[in-house]
Design a protein around this ligand. Structure first.
Ligand code: CMX
Length: 441
């Protein structure tokens, strides 16, 4: 069999680290790294360190860093197509997997590998064809990933009998195959749902993002550039977010990449997580309708935000469980829109919201972060290039998120992470414990 240089490089980086981690935990296992409060337990474990994720780290004030690199740094330093291009997502995948910036040649290697592995078995497409057209695209996406599970190299190898030390090897095959196939699956869902079931064959000469745009039906340079940016910035957000954590959790029971990633995608489909990107556009369109379709004034936007809050709803695209500043993924998209589409009406509304919403949310004591997140901007850009079917947007997010959560899953298997099983208690236990527990200073 032909050697796979990416796989070899991964084993050279990951396996010595697995031994190092084992030694480290043996020596330092009893050191205390924190303490937490009853409030944290009741508020979704926010801020409790409970897992190790190698691919990226989120700082509340600064935002995400992928293997130490911020988004502006990556837009500068990752290989691109053309001088005015955006990073190729193959590059961020390589960075997360190997831990070092890729060369142009490394990126080309990943691109070729994914093109070679991208064939989607017919039974998966037939399964999609059997669904009513109005099944939500995220549900179709998750079902297609589950149908593909039949192809799992890891599941087949485990069934035959697999040494623990070798788990990572078939997992590598699974994550590469799955990432390679996602654009075809997503594009198939898009075209069957919105484009009269007329499908577009892949073009293996194109990079992963450009080929995805092509199969969706968007062949212009600008949409391909946006797709590269989009698929890069949504790739990872450390390990505790719902899609990453769900993938990690299911994988910890040695679920293969398909079972684990489908779980992650079911998590991404919640409106407080990835589905917020469709909710933002729905909300902006409702806002425009409310004011008869004209560009609303700041005062009108203010009143509409207040109305949303008074109705007991969240303002989609704002707030975050960890971030306490503007999300740099929002900033990257805003810069893109100001550079390439300064006159776009929906982008203008997004920018007006950025002025109006934070002061309102800052005035509500319980809200910890009044600033926009990644989902506040993406829909306006997609609409500009003609993709108006906003129920599909979370699938785009999901295709990108695969890069981070699946490279993390491979690291989980290489480092021998065990099954995850946090403790839980009853309210009675909590009350009895609270009476005698010290207060955190
Ligand atoms: N609009 C109105 N209220 C908000 C709010 C917003 N944008 N953000 C937070 N709040 C409310 C919460 O609903 C919560 O209210 P209750 O105590 O009555 O339940 C309170 O403020 C405290 O919330 P928090 O501690 O500031 O935020 P959480 O960590 O609980 O939640 C998030 C974070 C993202 C779910 C929340 O900010 C939210 O619902 N935002 C809107 C949805 C959204 O944009 N999600 C996408 C996030 C990015 C992504 O994952 O893709």
């Amino acid at each position: 069999m032909k050697t796979d240089r990416l796989k070899e490089k991964f084993s050279k980086v990951a396996l010595p680290m697995a031994a190092e981690v084992k030694e480290f935990t043996k020596e330092n296992g009893s050191h205390v790294i924190g303490s937490y409060t009853i409030e944290q337990v009741y508020s979704g474990m926010k801020g409790m360190i409970g897992m190790v994720t190698e691919t990226s780290k989120l700082d509340p004030e600064e935002g995400i860093r992928f293997r130490g690199y911020s988004i502006p740094e990556l837009r500068e330093r990752l290989p691109k197509v053309g001088d005015d291009g955006e990073p190729l997502p193959e590059g961020i995948f390589y960075l997360m997997l190997i831990g070092e910036l890729p060369s142009e040649d490394d990126v080309q290697y990943v691109s070729n590998a994914w093109a070679r592995r991208s064939n989607v078995p017919k039974f998966v497409l037939d399964m999609l064809d059997s669904l009513p057209q109005n099944v939500h695209p995220m549900t179709q996406f998750s079902m297609a990933i589950m149908a593909l599970q039949r192809e799992s190299v890891f599941a087949a190898a485990y069934r035959k009998g697999l040494n623990k030390k070798d788990y990572w090897d078939p997992m590598y095959e699974d994550i590469m195959n799955l990432i390679a196939r996602l654009p075809r699956i997503a594009a198939y869902i898009y075209r069957r749902t919105y484009k009269e079931d007329v499908h577009i064959e892949p073009d293996p000469k194109l990079d992963w993002a450009a080929n995805f745009a092509h199969m969706l039906g968007y062949d212009d340079y600008d949409m391909k550039r946006l797709m590269r940016l989009y698929l890069t910035i949504h790739a990872d957000h450390e390990g505790g977010n719902v899609s990453a954590h769900a993938t990690h959790l299911v994988g910890s029971a040695l679920g293969d990449a398909y079972l684990s990633f489908a779980a992650g995608m079911n998590g991404l489909a919640g409106p407080l997580h990835g589905l917020a990107n469709q909710e933002v556009v729905r909300w902006i369109l409702d806002l425009k309708d409310y004011y008869d379709g004209a560009l609303p004034t700041k005062e009108q936007i203010h009143d509409y935000v207040m109305k949303t809050i008074q109705e007991g709803k969240v303002v989609p695209g704002y707030g975050h469980a960890v971030l306490r500043k503007t999300d740099p993924r929002f900033t990257a998209q805003m810069e893109f829109s100001l550079k390439y589409l300064p006159e776009d009406v929906n982008c203008k509304i997004v920018h007006m919201l950025y002025e109006v919403v934070p002061p309102i949310l800052s005035g509500i004591k319980k809200i910890k972060n009044p600033w926009p997140n990644v989902d506040a901007h993406s829909g306006a850009l997609l609409i500009h290039y003609g993709m108006t079917e906003y129920d599909f947007y979370t699938v785009l997010f999901g295709v990108s998120r695969a890069l981070g959560v699946l490279s993390s899953l491979l690291w989980d298997r290489a480092l021998g992470h065990p099954i995850e099983r946090p403790g839980s208690v009853t309210f009675e236990w909590m009350k009895a414990h609270a009476a005698k527990a010290p207060v955190l200073k």
